[in-house]
Design a protein around this ligand. Structure first.
Ligand SMILES: [Zn+2]
Length: 108
């Protein structure tokens, strides 16, 4: 089993640098990610809250993304968790063909 890459020394060091830099740049609200605007006000100091600032991998490690600063971006925890590793796809509504379209089956 491959070791988790999210806890590497490189990631932890760069995570801190990315968040410190973003905070110094005046970022106050989560920018969200592609297709998912956010705007939640970031909490820089408290971990594990929905609005805690985290460093998200732009390209997920499982797709070859690195722990380098240029692959990390600030994101709130809620966005980070929702985004996951990029493999979670939106749940599509079932099509009508998946269900009986008349109530005959129910008329027992
Ligand atoms: Zn967010």
């Amino acid at each position: 089993m491959a070791a988790s890459r999210t806890g590497t020394a490189t990631y932890l060091r760069n995570r801190r640098r990315v968040l410190t830099q973003a905070r110094a740049d005046g970022l106050t609200h989560c920018p969200g990610y592609v297709g998912h605007p956010c705007g939640r006000e970031l909490d820089w100091d408290t971990p594990l809250l929905p609005n805690s600032a985290e460093a998200d991998h732009i390209v997920p490690p499982k797709f070859g993304g690195t722990d380098n600063i240029d692959n990390l971006t600030p994101l709130c925890r809620a966005c980070n968790v929702t985004k996951g590793d990029g493999t979670r796809v939106p749940i599509e509504a079932p099509t009508a063909e998946d269900f009986p379209v008349t109530r005959d089956w129910f008329a027992g």
